[in-house]
Design a protein around this ligand. Structure first.
Ligand SMILES: Cc1cc2nc3c(=O)[nH]c(=O)nc-3n(C[C@H](O)[C@H](O)[C@H](O)COP(=O)(O)OP(=O)(O)OC[C@H]3O[C@@H](n4cnc5c(N)ncnc54)[C@H](O)[C@@H]3O)c2cc1C
Length: 603
């Protein structure tokens, strides 16, 4: 109850500040007729959209308009610990949820899994956990193979990771793998109780502690976060804030784009958007770039007549271009293993103990302390299962949040899992604990996004179809991931013997016998969760391939002057959290656009 009360207070505060932000711009900047013509119109000021708008406007000859449905990043989003309080708030989150997941065993609830998506400048990078991971080089080689375009191979994209990075992480291998000249600052996690014990156990279990962003191989690493002096580095703070005075870049907040306009030759001419209840139209002389994220980019193409004909007709939209929009949806489906009880509270972040006046002073004077913590996360890891395609396919995030009054309730609130986590935690209040989040880094299952109807304000239907692959390989791989965590925590000297690590059993799965494969499968489905990384709904590929929506230059196939540049274009998901790969897509995409106009000028 107390947590729900706290949430109501927080939400009222968030709502109030957002209303102030809206008033400060909402009524003032409706573009006049003259201002309605731009060279480039970028739809969505999220992770990729901010990169694209910033890079395109580097050329003062380009007039760039960035349209964002949300407002400025909320003050709570800047402080890493408080960012997640914005999940599920209507002014900061699109509040999407899946269709009921019938293969998930929720103890309560409607089996609809929330899919938070940031609705503000910075998009998801304004509410995410800031975990910095590039992915495996073979993830990018896989994209190059799928598109037959070597520009996407790791050898060729690595320079863009260096271009984006201002690396001050834990590893001292700068010259070869990192750079310090880019806009996105990367720092080591600064508040990490239990990290030393964990890394010791990693070594005892036979894995190496290594820089997973150098050349990803099996192992674990202290968390590296996109923060600067403890402040969140969203794509807005990294790319847009420093250039807000640029005259040729116009940013319109609270502008919800509802349609892409195509002329009779299928050239994108502009977009319609609704702002302050009024519909406006802007034209793009050169290109329209859709960067609205995996759900909304697919939704916008579908609303504009680009997608599977049959589906479009079924919702009353005239099909213009037949493409498999929405069909290649992938996500890092996840199992939450915890609490894992430990017998020493110095190995856990205990909010009631650690949050004090001192933590405020530490944060504001030194950019350190518990307020810099992304909800207690301390480490990431990757391993390969027996069937991996030659590179790691399981992804781990380890959190060191102890069990405190309300922590189970908070997890239930984020995942809408009734009282599942509350019941699991309640007997252990006050005890040290870790949590392991295990995800399929390279899932085989594919989901789908479709329109509910032709109303641009309706939430689309999201069916991730987790664990639906033929042969059940996804479940078998996840069980191997679960077993790795059992080994790491319960069998190691540093965590198992010295700290008495004990994974709390899920009562409804006890009938299968703890630590049997049947138990693991039950636990993995109780409930099915995800790491918030949907991608692939507007996949890049060869023209004519079953999944291809954009070509290797991110141009929407069958149209002109229209690209998609965001996480939705990944043909296959990276074995890594998806923010850094999305920034990379923004950087590559902006360069592809720039080079095509340089070429045209030279013709
Ligand atoms: C809770 C959470 C935690 C995460 N944690 C991590 C992490 O720790 N590390 C990591 O690497 N990744 C993480 N991710 C994933 C990562 O943040 C995303 O994959 C990535 O940011 C997606 O970027 P994007 O540009 O595709 O979309 P977004 O960042 O979502 O940007 C889309 C933007 O378009 C706007 N928009 C949408 N529709 C319209 C419209 N019709 N008109 C105008 N504007 C529109 C949106 O408001 C938004 O600003 C997390 C994600 C979430 C939600």
């Amino acid at each position: 109850m107390a947590i729900r009360g706290m949430k109501t207070v927080t939400h009222s505060f968030v709502g109030l500040l957002q209303w102030g932000d809206y008033l400060s711009e909402g009524f003032t900047q409706t573009p006049d007729a003259d201002a309605n013509h731009y060279d480039f119109v970028v739809v969505g000021g999220g992770s990729a959209g901010c990169v694209v708008a910033a890079r395109l406007s580097e050329n003062p000859m380009h007039r760039v308009l960035l349209l964002e449905a949300g407002g400025n990043p909320h003050p709570l989003s800047i402080v890493p610990l408080t960012g997640s309080l914005l999940h599920n708030h209507p002014s900061a989150d699109w509040q999407y949820a899946t269709v009921p997941l019938n293969n998930s065993q929720f103890p309560l609830g409607d089996r609809k899994l929330p899919w938070p998506r940031g609705k503000m400048l910075g998009g998801c990078s304004s509410i995410n956990y800031m975990v910095y991971m590039r992915g495996n080089p073979k993830d990018y080689d896989e994209w190059a193979n799928k598109t037959c375009d070597p520009r996407w191979s790791y050898t060729n994209v690595e320079k863009y990771f260096k271009k984006m990075e201002d690396y001050h992480g834990s590893f001292n291998n700068h010259e070869n793998f990192h750079s310090t000249n880019g806009p996105v600052t990367v720092e080591p996690i600064k508040y990490a109780p239990g990290l030393k014990n964990l890394l010791q156990a990693v070594k005892e279990t036979g894995y190496r502690v290594r820089d997973l962003n150098a050349y990803q191989k099996e192992g674990f690493s202290p968390l590296e976060v996109m923060q600067k002096r403890g402040r969140r580095m969203s794509s807005y703070t990294s790319y847009i804030e420093p250039i807000l005075k640029r005259k040729n870049l116009k940013i319109l907040r609270y502008a919800h784009v509802t349609k892409i306009h195509l002329d009779s030759k299928l050239k994108a001419t502009g977009v319609s958007f609704v702002r302050n209840g009024r519909t406006s139209y802007v034209t793009a002389k050169k290109e329209v770039i859709i960067s609205a994220g995996t759900i909304n980019s697919a939704q916008l193409l579908l609303l504009s007549g680009i997608g599977p004909q049959e589906h479009l007709r079924s919702v009353g939209i005239k099909p213009l271009v037949e493409l498999p929009v929405g069909k290649n949806l992938q996500d890092h489906v996840m199992s939450h293993i915890g609490p894992i009880i430990l017998n020493d509270t110095s190995t856990s972040f205990m909010p009631f103990r650690d949050l004090s006046l001192k933590s405020l002073v530490d944060y504001y004077s030194r950019g350190s302390g518990p307020l810099t913590s992304p909800m207690g996360m301390i480490s990431v890891g990757v391993t390969s299962t027996s069937t991996s395609a030659g590179w790691p396919n399981i992804l781990y995030i380890i959190g060191s949040m102890g069990v405190t009054y309300g922590s189970g309730e908070m997890a239930d609130d984020v995942y809408r899992t009734g009282n599942h986590f509350t019941q699991l935690s309640n007997t252990f209040i006050g005890q040290a604990a870790h949590t392991a989040f295990v995800a399929l880094g390279k899932p085989k299952s594919r989901g789908i996004i479709e329109l509910r109807d032709k109303n641009p304000f309706s939430k689309p239907l999201i069916d991730p179809k987790y664990y639906s692959d033929e042969g059940n390989q996804d479940m078998l791989d996840m069980i191997e991931g679960y077993e790795t965590i059992v080994k790491l925590y319960e069998k190691s000297d540093s965590l198992g013997r010295k700290l008495g690590a004990r994974i709390v059993e899920i009562p409804s799965c006890a009938k299968y016998g703890f630590k049997t494969k049947a138990y693991y499968e039950c636990a993995i489905r109780t409930p099915i969760l995800h790491m918030f990384h949907p991608v692939g709904s507007c996949a890049m590929g060869k023209i004519g391939d079953a999944d291809s929506v954009v070509d290797s230059q991110l141009r929407v196939i069958g149209t002109k002057g229209l690209r998609v540049i965001d996480a939705s274009i990944m043909p296959t998901i990276t074995n890594a959290n998806t923010y850094a790969p999305t920034i990379l897509i923004g950087e590559v995409g902006a360069d592809l656009i720039k080079s095509s106009y340089v070429r045209n000028l030279m013709k």
